[in-house]
Design a protein around this ligand. Structure first.
Ligand SMILES: C[S@@+](CC[C@H](N)C(=O)[O-])C[C@H]1O[C@@H](n2cnc3c(N)ncnc32)[C@H](O)[C@@H]1O
Length: 183
């Protein structure tokens, strides 16, 4: 698959996944946290679909369209591993949706990064919160959700298990196979 085809596939999947999350989280309280501002395209789509939610975004730098830069206090700059760890107390159990769009073009290192960050994401999530990711994830206290076409198998969705379940012996889901679009 060419890089162009992979990108088209990924972006269509991303849009479908965000719109899927609109229905999944409905009126449940909580903030939205995005990892990967990039050009700000998905941030723009999130704020269009969740106009009343607070949206916080992590990235190492600002490379977004000027009208897609989150307002002061909503953008956390630095390496994900550092900023997410520092923000853990602030965001513990606060997010109803985490959108992780972290692919860097190298399939394996993007996948490894998602595996390292996943424990931090789950701590930030409320019970029943949704995690959307461009990377397949094997995480504790997450159960896989089936995305509609054309997102299925390209983008990935998980639900944080409830607090009661989270206290029970953890359930680990298997990582889905990597495809050409997940890089
Ligand atoms: C695929 S792009 C995000 C695209 C964005 N969601 C959009 O719609 O325009 C991934 C972003 O993650 C950021 N990123 C990747 N690894 C990172 C890390 N370890 N720490 C901080 N930012 C990172 C990159 O700087 C890049 O902006």
């Amino acid at each position: 698959m060419s890089r162009l085809d992979a990108m088209i596939l990924r972006l269509r999947a991303q849009r479908t996944s965000i719109e899927f999350a609109v229905r999944e989280i409905a009126d449940a309280p909580g903030v939205i946290i995005e990892f990967g501002l990039g050009k700000g395209r998905s941030y723009d789509h999130l704020r269009e679909h969740f106009p009343r939610r607070d949206i916080f975004v992590f990235d190492r730098f600002i490379d977004a369209y000027p009208d897609c830069v989150p307002p002061p206090g909503r953008l956390l700059l630095g390496e994900f591993q550092d900023t997410a760890a520092l923000a853990l107390t602030r965001f513990r159990g606060a997010a109803i949706l985490v959108h992780a769009d972290i692919g860097n073009g190298d399939r394996q290192s993007s996948h490894d990064l998602a595996a390292r960050l996943c424990p931090l994401w789950t701590v930030m999530m409320r019970a029943e919160a949704v995690l959307l990711s461009d990377q397949p994830i094997a995480g504790e206290n997450l159960s896989a959700l089936e995305l509609p076409s054309p997102a299925r198998g390209v983008y990935f969705a998980y639900r944080r298990t409830s607090r009661a379940e989270a206290g029970a012996p953890s359930r680990t889901i298997a990582a889905a196979p990597l495809t050409a679009a997940n890089r």
